[in-house]
Every structure is written in structure tokens, then in C-alpha cells.
Write a protein that binds this ligand. Sequence first.
Ligand code: SF4
Length: 340
Amino acid sequence: MTYSASAFSRLISPLSDSELNKLATNAKHLTKQHFGNTIQLYIPLYLSNECCNSCLYCGFNRHQNIKRQTLSLDEATKQLQIIKDKGFDNILLLTGEHKASVGVDYLVPIIKQAQKMFSYVALEIFPCSTEEYSSLISAGASGLTIYQETYNKEVYSNMHPSGPKKDFSFRFDSPERALKAGMRKVGLGFLLGLTDWREEAYFLAEHLDYLMKNYWKADFTVSFPRIHKAPDGLDTKTISDKDFVQMILAFRIAFPKVGIILSTRENAELRDNLLGLGVTQISAESKTNPGGYSDNTSDEQFQVNDARSLSEIITALEKNGFDPVIKDWSTILSSISPVL
Ligand code: SF4
């Protein structure tokens, strides 16, 4: 199916249970057709919880009285080794936004180190210029995740009262700047709970369609992190599991080749039930505080709801007929022309 805004609107409109079941059957078929039984596994490494932004929904925002920490190259290398020893080969490096202590110059040596140890290195960091993305790619980054948080400009402005993240457009254009710089894989998404999910899903689909048409050599993923426990005083719009599932089915049907990521914000039962219906990539053993893979005590960004180990997740996947994928990419492939 070729993407169309009107068809996508129908997919996310209120549906009966029997209509939802039909979507699930279709989504299951498309997932199997394009991804087989594979489920990719990755792990996040939080490098720093320093941040000069004040996002109301985030435990790292600058007004939170938490223990701040930025890992040195040595400390990051030790965390990378612990992760490698667990069996992972696909890593996501994360930071807050604090360019004075966690800028591109800080990241480049850590990416180079990670690239020596892992087949695939992706970033979830502050928005950068095209030149900065080029430096990060040259160091070894192959993927970038950058969520818009919300596509509603008024809500965005309320949620980001101060700091560089106030600039909606600079963030919105970040995926395109990364793609212009040559990023191989880009992840988009929004934070579920800030405003109406249908509105957010519609604009994410439009954003994704634009980038896919203009940067057709790149791979794309989407993800929908859900706020389960909001910071004090934040009024969140909860989304039911049924709506959450419908949104995943809608993206699978409208974008059959796009990867869909589910993080450990969701519990083990829901994660297991969504495999095969659209989800193609999950995180495992996540710690959301810098240094969290040793006995570090710095504060977390959010609570993890699936605490299973990598081997427990692999066992559960295999028991349900899936093929866990630890390594999905080798940098040697970067030199092969996509025009065959
Ligand atoms: S969401 Fe990111 S930018 Fe916002 S306060 Fe948290 S770490 Fe900083």
C-alpha cells in the first residue's frame, strides 16, 4: 500500500474490536512478509544526565535536584565492555543536552571506541548542525534517534519553557540535517501522553513520509515512548493499551518496511504480545542512568518496566517462534554501493 494521509487517518480513527482484529491480521502478515520472524535487540547506554533544558516530563530536567554525572572516556569504555560481555552488538548512546560538557568533541572519541567494539552504533542526543552530524558519522555513528516529543506547537512550547529545546523548528529539522550528512538510519517518534495521540500519529506519519520520499536510501524506524509515571504536577493524557496497539498496527500497515521499536518503558507481557504484530526491535536490560551497568547510583531518566535479562528475553523470543538478532549490520557494508 502506498502511503496516503486519508488512508492513514482511517487507520487511526476509532474502531470496533472486530475492525481492530482485521488490522491485526493485516499487520501480522506484513510484518512477517518484510521482517520474517526477526526481532532485533539493542541496549541503551546513558553517557550523561546533565541537561540545560527544562522539559516538564523529564527526570533529567535542569530543575530536578538529582545527582548529575557525565561518564569520562574511561568510564564509558568500562560500561561498553560490560555491555559487550552481556552479548550485545547493537548500542544506542544517549545524552541530555549540555553542549559545554557533552558536545560533539566529547562524543567523537566515545563513538570511535564504541565502533571498535560494536557492529552498530546509534545516537539519541541533542539536535546538531549538518556539519556536526558529519563529524559524528565519520567517528562511526550509523543511526540517529530524535523524537519530536510533540508535533503540536502550543503543547511543545508549554512543555519546553526554557533552554535550547524551546526551538521547535530546529528539532523538527534535525532528522533531515542528519540524513543530508549521510546518516544511514533515522528514528522518529513522539512522547505519548502530552496531547491527543491521533493528532500526533497523523503528523508523525506525514513527517516520516516526507523523509522517506526524499531520502529513500536511508532506513527508518518509529517509536512511541509512553509516559507511565509523570513528574509531580504534570497533567498527562493517558493512552489505553488498545489505542497503543491500534497505533502500532496503523504504522505497520501504512509503512510496511519501517522498523517499529518498543522500549523497556512497556512491561514484559505487553512487549511479548506486540511482537509479530508490527514491533521489530526491542531494548533489553536497559539502565537509564549514566554508569548504570556497574554499581552506580546516579538518578534514572525513567523507570524500566521490563527487567528481564538478555538471555531471558532471547529464551522468551525463541519459545514464541521468533529469531532474535543481536547483529544486523556490519560497517564493512557501508562501502558497498546500494545501486546494484
Ligand atoms: S528530555 Fe532530554 S532535553 Fe529534555 S530535560 Fe530530559 S534529557 Fe534534557
